[in-house]
Ligand binder design. Structure first.
Ligand code: NAD
Ligand code: UDP
Length: 312
């Protein structure tokens, strides 16, 4: 049966891809976004789609889009550069914004999925990260506006399930990339791809030995939609478990772009996590989900998008 679905953060990277998939399945989508980091161009192709509507609003103000069957809450600045610039706003959207969207799910007995993050693990002492690990987060450091808001959101989402029986889901997303990743948000894949295509030096922060695990966007959205339809209320990691050092990642970008850019070193930002790799046993067993796209292949699929960003 087709559903009426609210997607917050719909003009963002992940929210726009999620909206596309839900529309392709025949559902109706109401996209809400205040465009603080999102880009209307991500939704431009939906201009003639009668099952899609867009409302520009800040989810920190209570709002009501009428009865919905499902709420996907993706609104939040997401890159370290963005949440550093929008610190108080990030704390608010991850607290008041989460409550406001949960109230909608409660009012209409809708399902609810919150986009949480591997940042809940902070700079992890347990490797790879399992969902039962409580994390190692600096509560007052530069990343705290994001990390603690996301941890508060997880507590709130869990409370709405526990106390009000809302059918909630929590996905802990690990670094994801692909077309529509904002070109200027400072994330490692967008920075490296743009720098490589412009022939500028690739900026490695620190010695490049820190690790991340990169998931291609279509794999991630597939896992998220499967989780939203499962009976699982506890957090589930969704990400690609193949771990790369940042230096190895830079070399992959150079290989895919054919760029001759050099690599330069810049200072490592404070509290930059030393390693990140999801244990996806729960996603595998609960959802039958597995990422399919390797980093090399995903970068190749993203090349035309970043090329277009560079060409303006
Ligand atoms: P994005 O910045 O591209 O998208 C976020 C969207 O939320 C933007 O369109 C922004 O304008 C909107 N937004 C922010 N505050 C809002 C508010 N108060 N009201 C309405 N809209 C608001 O980032 P993304 O990568 O698409 O991330 C989407 C979600 O996934 C975020 O919640 C993020 O924390 C989470 N996440 C993403 C990643 C990743 O690797 N991309 C990893 C972990 C978690
Ligand atoms: N990074 C880097 N050069 C850049 C951008 C990022 O070396 O131009 C590093 C950053 O210090 C971190 C990793 O790449 O160790 C991932 O950074 P990103 O901002 O993409 O996401 P994070 O996982 O830190 O939230």
């Amino acid at each position: 049966m087709t559903q009426r679905i609210l997607v917050t953060g719909a003009a963002g990277f992940l929210g726009s891809h999620l909206s596309d998939l839900l529309l392709a399945e025949g559902h109706s989508v109401i996209g809400v976004d205040n465009l603080c980091t999102g880009n209307p161009a991500n939704l431009a192709h939906l201009a003639g789609e009668s099952r899609f509507s867009f409302e520009e609003k800040d989810i920190c103000q209570p709002f009501d889009v009428g009865a919905v069957d499902y709420v996907f809450n993706f609104a939040s600045p997401a890159s370290p550069v963005d949440y550093d610039r929008l610190g108080p706003e990030t704390l608010l959207v991850g607290s008041t914004g989460t409550v406001n969207t949960l109230e909608i799910a409660k009012k209409y007995s809708a399902g609810y999925l919150h986009a949480s993050t591997s940042e809940c693990y902070g700079d992890p002492e347990v490797h790879p990260q399992v969902e039962t690990y409580w994390g190692n987060v600096n509560p007052i450091g530069p990343r705290s506006v994001y990390d603690e808001a996301k941890r508060f959101s997880e507590a709130t989402v869990t409370a709405y399930n526990r106390y009000y029986k809302v059918n909630t889901h929590l996905v802990r997303i690990f670094n994801t990339y692909g077309p529509r990743l904002q070109a200027n948000d400072g994330r490692v894949i967008s920075n490296f791809m743009i720098q490589a295509l412009q022939g500028q030096p690739l900026t490695i922060y620190g010695d490049g030995s820190q690790t991340r695990s990169f998931c291609y966007v279509s794999d991630l959205i597939d896992g998220i939609v499967k989780l939203s339809r499962s009976g699982e209320h506890l957090p589930v990691n969704v990400g690609n478990p193949v771990e790369w050092t940042i230096l190895e990642c830079a070399k992959e970008v150079l290989a895919v772009t054919g760029s001759k850019s050099e690599i330069v070193r810049k200072p490592l930002p404070q509290d930059d996590p030393a390693r990140r790799r999801p244990d996806i046993t729960r996603a595998r067993t609960l959802l039958g989900w597995e990422p399919k796209i390797k980093l090399r292949q995903g970068l190749e699929k993203s090349l035309a998008y970043f090329q277009a960003c560079v060409n303006g």
